[in-house]
Ligand binder design. Structure first.
Ligand code: F0G
Length: 338
């Protein structure tokens, strides 16, 4: 069933079409041909826009006057922006104090009704689902099938950009909608004869929030990668199917490894991402260290959100910028050129 029908007004910010960037440093480190799918280049700075255009188009066509979502931040920023274009009310439920500042700024700027909960994301999602069941509000979390349909387009793009499917696809996993969507995209492109193979899917969770790796929900998930601070993924079955059908794996990386990958991406590849996005690269590097990659493999890592989303992490534990008087010799001195 198509999710967008002829004659519907499409609610769009011209999402998608993001760069697939060759990663020279990561390729040299791993011996693979590594590419980064830069999803922070979407209109609101994360991959969520790919699904939100479909979910919001469907909601508007169905006459919805309001949408609701639970979010660790990016879904709320995206929902708020698309709702603004359709004159819809947008309500977001977020875990108090656990949303990166940029995301909160976005949802606020777009006029969302932001409700902070003492509970974590999992509690927010439960409440959002109940509210949508009992009231005329459309739920735009990835449990809404329209979201997955939109997000699978990233796989189509990657195949188009590479001229083939990658051998290995690595991406961060939180609520597990995205790994479900990517796998669906690859399977459909293969089924339709566009590509000759499908990649091995490798999902990466944060060690303190790794229910899929540990095999059971985590009641108090904790990680500095707040976007994936989720203990009970809604698309659990989708993630397991993507892993098993692709012959892949789901692994976990600790916060230090996430931060190391975050810094490496910024300092060596020129790509500023938010911490959750760096989990994919941390997972790839751990696998490389363990000798579990094949030389020359074509690898795609999705980096899911822009670094500006989370200025707090970027500025933590770094020295204050140097203050200099307005003189060339002072600038030269400060740069060691004096
Ligand atoms: N990376 C980023 C930057 C995210 O915001 C998310 C999820 C993920 C990865 C994980 O994707 O949930 O499909 O497995 N963010 C959601 C949100 C939960 O509310 O913004 P997933």
């Amino acid at each position: 069933m198509p999710h967008v029908k002829d004659g519907w007004d499409v609610v769009t910010l011209r999402e998608g079409g993001t760069p697939l960037l060759p990663a020279q440093h990561l390729s040299a480190l791993t011996g693979c041909e590594v590419h980064l799918k830069i999803e922070g280049a979407n209109p609101t700075g994360s991959f969520k826009d790919r699904g939100m255009t479909v979910a919001m188009t469907e909601a508007a066509a169905g006459g919805a006057k309001a949408v609701i979502c639970a979010s660790t931040g990016n879904t709320s920023a995206s929902a708020a922006a698309y709702a603004a274009r359709t004159d819809m009310t947008c309500a977001v439920l977020v875990p108090q104090g656990k949303i990166a500042l940029g995301k909160l700024a976005q949802a606020t700027a777009h006029g969302a009704r932001i409700l902070q909960l003492e509970g974590n994301f999992d509690a927010c999602l439960e409440l959002a689902r109940k509210a949508a069941e009992e009231h005329p509000i459309a739920l735009v979390n990835s449990v809404n099938p329209a979201r997955i349909e939109g997000q699978k387009t990233a796989s189509f793009e990657i195949c188009d950009q590479l001229g083939r499917a990658p051998d290995l696809h690595v991406l961060p996993v939180g609520n597990a909608g995205n790994i479900t969507a990517y796998w669906r995209g690859y399977v459909e492109y293969h089924r339709d004869g566009v590509v000759e193979s499908t990649p091995e899917m490798h999902g990466v969770q944060a060690a303190g929030a790794a229910p899929l790796v540990d095999g059971a929900p985590v009641s108090h998930p904790e990680t500095l990668a707040t976007a994936i601070r989720i203990g009970s993924p809604a698309s659990w079955d989708g993630a397991v199917a993507a892993r098993d059908e692709s012959g892949g794996r789901i692994t976990k990386v600790d916060d230090d490894a996430i931060l190391a990958a975050y810094r490496l991406l910024a300092a060596r590849e020129g790509v500023f991402v938010e911490p959750a996005s760096a989990a994919s690269v941390a997972g790839l590097l751990a696998r490389s260290t363990a000798g579990e990659l094949t030389a020359g493999q074509v690898v795609v890592c999705t980096v899911t959100g822009h670094g500006l989303k989370d200025p707090g992490t970027a500025l933590a534990d770094v020295p204050e910028p140097v203050v200099v008087p307005e003189r060339v010799d002072a600038v030269a001195d400060a740069l060691g050129l004096g």
